[in-house]
Write a protein that binds this ligand. Structure first.
Ligand SMILES: [Zn+2]
Length: 326
């Protein structure tokens, strides 16, 4: 492992991530990527500065997702730098901290994700954070959304008979893939919604969850659930989401490019069990009234990246549908 500076020990490196023991000016810190969604490689540590970069893994292009866990043994302000990447947005990184012992535990032992804030941001390549002794914090490019978040959402609506969660299939990594279904099982109109065909695009999951909440909470939107059966695939690439892969441009092709027709040429069969299962199920229904796959393909800024947009403008869409992306 090519790491410069005061990295005491790469204590563990497995498929589930890496643990780095770091010597800093004031004491010690432990940086991990072993948590769900973890991604980051330490490339150097010096004084109060830790340098790292997003892990590309099996993507064919460098990409920008990162998500690290850091615990400091002492009071210290650490500076985090990305020497090779512009991956700290205008609001700083997303952050959540471990709740101190004795406080009520909500979503696991962690507070909700929030933006660290522009004050913490040094520039597009760095930020700083003041740790209390013993404090643990996680930082990421933007708000992560893991399987546990989807499960927490489903648990909220456990008593609502309009929503069920079933198992679609099992991934190559052995994870069971959920499919959420809403609306009557005998409806003859079908809608398909999906997200995370590119594993790192966690913001898309919040948009998808928001759409489902609207269906379940709003009278107007909820009327659709009397006439339509919704098939919702929250994780097109669950292994990638949990491992913290970029997922975009995965070699030889990513999950979003995996909807190919099976035929005599085996290369055109789907590579991944989830996409194969989604395609088989939806094709068995013939016509789908509406289908939408949520993505967030880039970072911030520019003309479109801070608002919803269609990648390809749907030519036959109604004004109402077009209004989803303004
Ligand atoms: Zn995408």
């Amino acid at each position: 492992m090519d790491v410069e500076g005061a990295v005491r020990d790469v204590a563990a490196m497995t498929d589930a991530g890496v643990v780095y023991e770091l010597e800093t000016s004031a004491g010690r810190a432990t940086l991990r990527t072993t948590h769900p969604g973890g991604n980051g490689r330490v490339v150097g540590a010096d004084g109060d500065t830790i340098r790292f970069e997003p892990e590309t893994r099996d993507s064919s292009q460098r990409w920008f997702y990162w998500n690290i866990d850091l615990e400091s043994q002492v009071d210290q302000t650490l500076r985090f730098e990305f020497p090779n990447d512009e991956v700290v947005g205008p609001r700083g990184p997303a952050v959540r901290t471990a709740m101190p012992c004795g406080e009520p535990i909500g979503n696991g032992a962690w507070n909700d994700w929030q933006w660290l804030g522009a004050d913490s941001r040094i520039d597009v390549t760095g930020f700083r954070y003041a740790f209390d002794a013993g404090e643990g914090a996680q930082f990421a490019l933007s708000f992560p959304y893991q399987r546990a978040d989807s499960d927490a959402f489903a648990f909220e609506y456990e008593s609502d008979p309009r929503l069920t969660v079933e198992t679609l299939t099992t991934t190559a990594g052995g994870r069971t893939v959920p499919v959420v279904r809403l609306g009557p099982s005998d409806a003859d109109r079908h809608v398909a919604l999906a997200a995370r065909h590119h594993a790192c695009e966690s913001t898309a999951s919040y948009a998808l969850e928001g759409a489902l909440r609207e269906l379940l909470e709003s009278e107007d939107a909820g009327a659709l659930l009397e006439t339509h059966r919704f098939h919702v695939y929250p994780f097109g690439d669950l292994d990638g989401v949990e491992r913290g892969d970029q997922g975009k441009h995965r070699s030889p092709h990513d999950h979003n490019r995996d909807y190919v027709n099976e035929n005599a040429i085996t290369d055109l069969s789907p590579l991944y069990p989830t996409t194969a299962a989604v395609a088989t199920y939806l094709r068995s229904h013939g016509s789908i009234a509406f289908a939408l796959d949520f993505h967030c393909p880039y970072k911030w800024g520019g003309d479109i990246n801070d608002r919803p947009f269609f990648v390809t403008e749907p030519s036959a869409a109604s004004a109402g549908l077009r209004g989803l992306a303004t």
